[in-house]
Design a protein around this ligand. Structure first.
Ligand SMILES: [Zn+2]
Ligand SMILES: [Zn+2]
Length: 265
């Protein structure tokens, strides 16, 4: 399983990063997690196959997580040469995703529901399990907006696994959802003294990673004023998580190795 950070920004526009978007590839599965503003251009910059996505997962409806959907679907319809006419795309998102796409289609054009190839738009419920053929994707409701979800992606054998928190406030049950993950992509929006109930901070990420037994942390969705003023990774480590911790940046790629297959008999 390979994760590439497409965008790790917040609602604050920045010159060096698109908004939230992560590309995960395993086997035939090419999944995009969130599609925040700037994500399509960032995928093009990184040489990622935006035109061949097989799955799109959305965590919630803030524009720094869904703002690039119009550009992506308009490009699906008019920006692929020769056009993509087969290979279905599965869109999965929280309750309201279907209404979101139907509303966008009614206003901007039917390419949202008919980009020229088969699209299915389906809604996740907490605990839903989606099988892509290469990955098992499960979700958990998190405290941010009413529809917000965190996503756990595991190989079909169970390991390796990663969790993307999306945007979330502190939630004691999130550690169970993140149990023993190889990689925790955790939002770390704001410093401990400024964070509210709907985001995480270094000590909250540290506590989550420590309780979950996460093997590695990528901190993301860090507000620019905070990121520029402070060593956020150091703060997470100082708060008790043993590491390793790194900060998300455009193009950061992490390969998670599958467990070796048992010897054939
Ligand atoms: Zn956000
Ligand atoms: Zn949000």
């Amino acid at each position: 399983m390979r994760l590439t950070v497409v965008g790790c920004g917040t609602v604050v526009p920045e010159s060096d990063r698109a908004c939230s978007s992560y590309y995960v590839e395993r086997g035939e599965t090419r999944a995009l997690l969130d599609c925040g503003s700037g994500a399509v251009q960032a995928m093009a910059r990184l040489g990622l196959p935006w035109e061949r996505l097989s799955h799109l997962f959305l965590t919630h409806f803030h524009s720094d997580h869904v703002g690039a959907l119009p550009g992506l679907f308009f490009a699906f319809r008019h920006g692929i040469h020769p056009p993509r006419t087969s290979a279905p795309l599965e869109v999965w998102g929280p309750p309201g995703t279907r209404a979101l796409f139907e509303g966008l289609a009614a206003t901007l054009g039917d390419f949202f529901v008919d980009p020229g190839f088969p699209v299915s738009i389906r809604e996740l419920a907490p605990g839903s399990e989606v099988l892509t053929g290469d990955l098992v994707v499960t979700c958990k409701d998190v405290p941010h907006t009413p529809e917000s979800m965190a996503l756990r992606l595991a190989s079909t054998s169970g390991a390796p696994a990663l969790v993307y928190t999306g945007d979330t406030g502190p939630d004691e049950s999130l550690a169970d959802f993140c149990r023993d993950v190889d990689l925790l992509v955790g939002e770390c929006s704001l410093p401990d003294d400024l964070v509210g109930d709907n985001h995480l901070s270094p000590s909250r990420v540290s506590r989550l990673a420590r309780r979950a037994g996460a093997r590695r942390v990528v901190a993301t969705h860090i507000y620019p004023q905070f990121r520029r003023a402070t060593d956020v990774a150091a703060l997470i480590l100082e708060a008790g998580y043993a590491g390793p911790v790194e900060l998300a940046s455009e193009g950061l790629t992490i390969d998670l190795q599958s467990e070796p297959l048992p010897p054939s008999t």
